[in-house]
Design a protein. Sequence first.
Length: 292
Amino acid sequence: MNINNPEELKKYFEKFKELVKNEEADKAMHMLEELLKSIEEQVKVRRAGSIDARGNISISEPQDNCEHIYMSLNHVMEYYIYAFYFKPDCDVVLSELPYGEYYRSYGDLCVKSGRYKAGIEAYSNAICWNPVDLDAILGLAECYKYLNMLKRYMIATKEAYRLCCTRATMARYYRNMGFYYLSAYKPEVARACYIYSNIYYKTDNADAELSYIEQALNQETPKLSVKEMQKMFDDEGIEPGPSSDTIGVIYRVGQIMMESQDYRLAKDCFSIVYDITQEEQLEKLLEELENV
């Protein structure tokens, strides 16, 4: 397979997605395996990130005769978030092809088929192409969860935390923390995590876990105040809300997109910030962008 033919690869990947949609998982997996094999053989560049065996993510090590870092984006704001957190030591080149998405999609298939070790490898490769790909990091955490690697599950969840910038993803973070503390035999902390998760974004999953804890403790779910839960989180080192740094970067990207008159991307960024902050000023700005 010729990796240097973007149009051919785009058609190939569209065919793969059609197979997934039609639930032809075996054929889809085979297609993607062929694609990933070709990438490994033909694409020899310094990727944006590195991940160790425990799930800790860092910038990739410099390589001889390599003047650039190559990154595969899902959205432009990821470039700025990457620059903020990883401080690249050379120019970052954005890949024309979505290499990270290829690996992440393979990881998703692996999870569905119960191949969690293969999923870890796939998501790790996706993270190397894009160290701020939240879906890939959360996918990695899920693989650790199913393999009962709880310490690594916690590391991946904490890596994901700083990228959680919507109510839904913050809710996911607290559900992950709830699972960890329930597995660590700290049901009271787990219960607070699931309650807090529902404050951000109510889900059947969190409700089911709260019901399970009720039965296990033979105790109704108490009406904990936010202050009580945050005190519990402080004692355990659990973040009480989203990263202000990440929200600030996304807001700034929105401003940059406005200055560039790319109103679609500006709206994307401001919508994310509004989702988590509910600021009235942003609501008015988004209404104005609807008419641009």
